[in-house]
Design a protein around this ligand. Sequence first.
Ligand SMILES: [Zn+2]
Length: 297
Amino acid sequence: MDTVSRTGIIQPPFMNLKIATGLSQGCDRPANRASLMGETDRRQAPPVAAAEKSQNQTMLGNASPTPYDLRFSLLGIPVRVHPLFWLFSAVMGWDPDDLNYMLLWIVCVFVSILVHEFGHALTARYFGWPPKVVLYSFGGFASFTPTWGYTTTRSILVLLAGPGAGFVLFGVVWCVKQLLIQQRVLPEHPEMLLWDSASPTGLRYTAFVLRQMAFINLWWGLVNLLPVFPLDGGQVARELLTHLRPRDGLDISLKLSLLVGAGVSAYCFMHKDTWPGVLFGVLAFESFQHLQEMRYR
Ligand SMILES: [Zn+2]
């Protein structure tokens, strides 16, 4: 029984604050930020503003609205799910032996990315900035336009709230797993069930869901904290550096993003992990492009 897809490492999508991913919170934030700081330094706003202006279109997928989007409201926050989200999640979780694993995987990805984006969105709303959430081919993003009271501290709190919400969900999943083991519903090492076709199907599915939910919410959360733009970590680095060094902070944050992105990409290729290698290569290239735009503007 081929169990690779059931236990294999699946490539992380982007869960960010657009984009990026999302990709900073609201498409016109830098402009606001610049005016908030009373700065008119062109180097500060244009390149990122340009990137954020096209927040629905990046090298890593298109999130523009379609007639096939699933739209709903959760806790008063509008959510839009692009049809490619389902397709890409299905491809990532494809299991020819048992399609139920693919369906369970799609549910795990959907719930985890939604919780992550709602971490961002609810924190933004707490500060008085009405958010929207979009799930698209490469993950999801929350976007909002800061109206007043926008500070670096608040921006970083909104950014960290996404991975933070995922880590809380990881904790909940871990507690549920321990409880089920304690109640002897699951064996000491539930993962072993995935290799045991004689074990009850329901238990195998439960072990699969616990494993994927733990993996997604821990590892994708940690990946998103890498200082690579437009991941959450890349934006935190930009917020901090542009706050500490308004003149060249953006430049330094993009150089850091280029360096770490290229490094992670090289590491992935060395370990024959092609897909994340390509993804981080593309992100490194996007940071390089932003740097070029700033240099020749
Ligand atoms: Zn995020």
